[in-house]
Design a protein around this ligand. Sequence first.
Ligand code: HXC
Length: 257
Amino acid sequence: MAYETILVETRGKVGLVTLNRPKALNALNSVVMEEVVAALQAFEADEAIGAIVLTGSEKAFAAGADIKEMQEKSYIDMYMADFFAGWDAMTRIRKPIIAAVSGYALGGGCELAMMCDFIIAGDNAKFGQPEITLGVMPGMGGSQRLTRFVGKSKAMDMCLTGRMMDAAEAERSGLVSRVVPAADVVEEAVKAAEKIAGLSLPAVMMNKEAVNRAYETTLTEGLRFERRVFHAMFALDDQKEGMAAFSEKRPATFRNR
Ligand code: HXC
């Protein structure tokens, strides 16, 4: 499929989606949303793919939702279109998605990175929710997800002042899992994705589902969910293979079943 605003490629078992609106610093308009969701869904359906990386350019992962597209819209336009709701489809992707963030991840860009399963940042990354400076607020999950990532105090600071967080602060605060040299961010994310894609896909998906459950429920219910899924994993051929390989001191060959 030909896309207008993204580049899509595969690297072995890894699907790579690159935001590609360089003149607008990858601002997220409706076309970007439709294309990113379509590309992710295609990788989700492709049995050869085990993990996905979402990235932008070295200067900008994405500088936000497209301000020029939103500027003249009215309340009723936004409400009837359920503006931004299309991104929810991304959170229904069951394969892991790693955000490789270099440069600006602002507003919707920061929110898009947070919709991924984890974030690997280049040392030049800058995260922020500057919507307040435009007279609005985050609309793609920033007020909720950022608060869960970094806690109330920093989330309030970011949302109320619009200030940016650099890569070191983002790592310290738990927003990103690793910081690497900016030039290596895609390579490092692809390497992490390759590692994941070499493991048992059902086990990977169940791990993802369980960690995500921690954000949706109480500790008691989350632990109950974890234990049930853990027990269920003993029905996987891959559990037998993984444990046999350990005992026999050989690498495991997972068959995704
Ligand atoms: C549309 C954008 C854009 C955006 C940048 N551009 N960000 N267009 N929407 N979010 C465009 C600029 O207009 C410009 O186009 C080109 O990209 C290059 O940007 P510059 O500003 O010239 O680059 P630079 O001076 O390097 O500054 C980079 C920047 C700045 C600091 C990232 O662009 C910036 O502050 N952008 C806006 C960040 C922001 O507020 N994001 C939140 C958006 S709201 P031209 O044609 O002039 O060359 C959001 C949530 C929405 O995400 C929720 C509310 C409903």
